[in-house]
Design a protein around this ligand. Structure first.
Ligand code: UDP
Length: 478
């Protein structure tokens, strides 16, 4: 088990991130809820410190909360490969997909509980009775009974869910729900994700958010974005007028140094070519192969190039499928006709330095002509929020939380059926052929994020949940 140390963001920067008016409203609206936390620590627990939406959000939320003198901390628990295969199966099942098709029976319960038992000992040594603990996603559900018996106030947050419940979803909830009775609240991204196995009166809806000043989203000049993408080898050419620099979360200036691992036929795309970009973990539910096929079969390749970018696969601790999915994408790339293959590029982004990785994603999203998120299923889709914040026209699928972010035709274009590659190609063409429409959608997208998906709203909602929690006396919970 590790504690992820997050530098505190000074309160002045909080104000700068959202503007004085929003900041003051936030302080006024949270005065009571912040007071009610007293001196208790709020712990967040998950299974990876980087790569994926949960880790992304925790960094910012914790840093700002600490700047307001709240003691918020983050622990990452350990698991072995069998545990992560099992929890990835549950993850896929909760999205309504079979995943590896393995069982969720007593044997799996035993391994799941044994893995968590090793972590629980260490957790009980640092978490105090009366502390608030937010356990994130299926990997942590089995911690709930022991932490509640210890006297902590437990919130369990589920970041994923299906558009339609089926037997696959149900069996995953049957597996998890036996652990969740003593959590006081369940947080979901959308109401439609709440399963019948949980007490609906304990459920609260909190959508995710972004931080406009994080390395991922901070303002970046076109010259700096160009320099970063050339430095990493993701594009070539350009005017060479910028420096590959970004601002670290501690305020210092840093230079992007590492290179991406590129899979390209004749080198990376030139800087001045229109680019269609998807940035995601290498996960089959993000459908990278579908993006590639839709691009190959339904777009004239003189119009644009495609970049599929994702993390270096060894870096995301709790995602065992990454390597296989990347391999599938590379195989599909190898089968493209040569004339298309030279227009399609795969980029594995360096993950050694979280902030550098974020700056590269920032540059790529800003440089893209169109950002796509062709997920087959999605909890929320922070990559969508990030691109919308950068005023990018988005082509995405009408699944999960994406449909809460984009009204099709206003903030981007949604494809009703995620496997409809012709519709995907049509949507790309609409934006490529109508730059004025693309610009208008991008501007509307930015305004939407500003109104609804910034961290201030998110932190306020967390505080409201914490303020409602009852004291939970040690060992009182059966
Ligand atoms: N991400 C990243 N580097 C990468 C690929 C993805 O930092 O190489 C980030 C991405 O910018 C986003 C998060 O990982 O912040 C993915 O969150 P999302 O909600 O889109 O999907 P999840 O991975 O949680 O399913």
């Amino acid at each position: 088990m590790n504690e992820v140390r997050i530098p505190t963001i000074p309160v002045e920067q909080f104000e700068r991130a959202v503007g004085r008016e929003v900041f003051e409203r936030f302080l006024a609206r949270t005065a009571e809820t912040r007071k009610s936390l007293g001196s208790s620590t709020v712990w967040h627990i998950n299974t990876t410190a980087q790569g994926g939406g949960v880790a992304e959000m925790l960094v910012s939320l914790l840093a700002y909360a600490r700047g307001l003198d709240m003691d918020m901390r983050w622990l990452v628990i350990d698991g072995d490969p069998v545990f992560f295969d099992l929890t990835k199966r549950i993850h896929n099942n909760l999205h309504g997909h079979e995943g590896d098709g393995g069982d969720l029976c007593e044997k799996e319960h035993q391994h799941y509980e044994a893995t968590l038992a090793g972590n629980i000992k260490k957790l009980l040594a640092v978490i105090q009775p009366g502390d608030v603990v937010v356990c994130h996603d299926p990997q942590t559900a089995g911690l709930v009974p022991a932490l509640a018996s210890h006297g902590a106030k437990i919130v369990w947050r589920c970041h994923i869910g299906p558009d339609r419940f089926n037997d696959t979803v149900s069996r995953a909830w049957d597996f998890l729900s036996r652990y969740l009775g003593s959590a006081q609240r369940y947080i979901f991204t959308r109401r439609a994700f709440i399963p019948p196995q949980l007490d609906e009166t304990k459920c609260v809806i909190i959508p995710p958010s972004i931080d406009p000043l994080s390395c991922k989203n901070q303002p970046m000049t076109a010259e700096a974005a160009e320099a970063i993408l050339v430095k990493t080898g993701i594009v070539h050419g350009g005017n060479g007028q910028g420096k590959p620099e970004f601002v670290r979360e501690d305020g210092s200036i840093a230079t992007v140094k590492r290179r991406a691992e590129m899979t390209s036929l004749e080198g990376p795309p030139s800087f001045d070519r229109p680019l269609v970009v998807q940035v995601s973990r290498w996960d089959s539910l993000k459908d990278p192969v579908g993006v590639m096929k839709g691009f190959a079969e339904h777009l004239d390749h003189e119009e644009a190039s495609l970049i599929l970018a994702g993390p270096n696969v060894s870096a995301v601790a709790d995602d065992p499928e990454g390597l296989q999915v990347l391999q599938d994408v590379e195989d599909a790339w190898g089968e493209l006709p040569v004339s298309v293959r030279r227009r399609v590029h795969l980029a594995c982004l360096p993950m050694d330095d979280r902030e550098e990785n974020a700056a590269i994603v920032n540059a790529l999203q800003r440089h893209a002509t169109i950002v796509v998120q062709k997920s087959l299923q999605e909890g929320f889709g922070l990559t969508v929020t990030e691109a919308m914040w950068k005023s990018k026209p988005m082509v995405a699928t009408r699944v999960g939380g994406i449909q809460d972010q984009i009204e099709s035709g206003v903030h981007g274009l949604l494809i009703d059926n995620p496997t409809d590659l012709a519709a995907f190609g049509e949507a790309l063409k609409r934006f490529l052929n109508d730059p004025a429409f693309a610009q208008k959608a991008g501007e509307a997208a930015h305004a939407r994020v500003k109104d609804e998906f910034l961290f201030t709203r998110h932190l306020r909602q967390y505080l409201e949940v914490f303020a409602e929690l009852e004291p939970n006396h040690r060992a009182q919970v059966a």
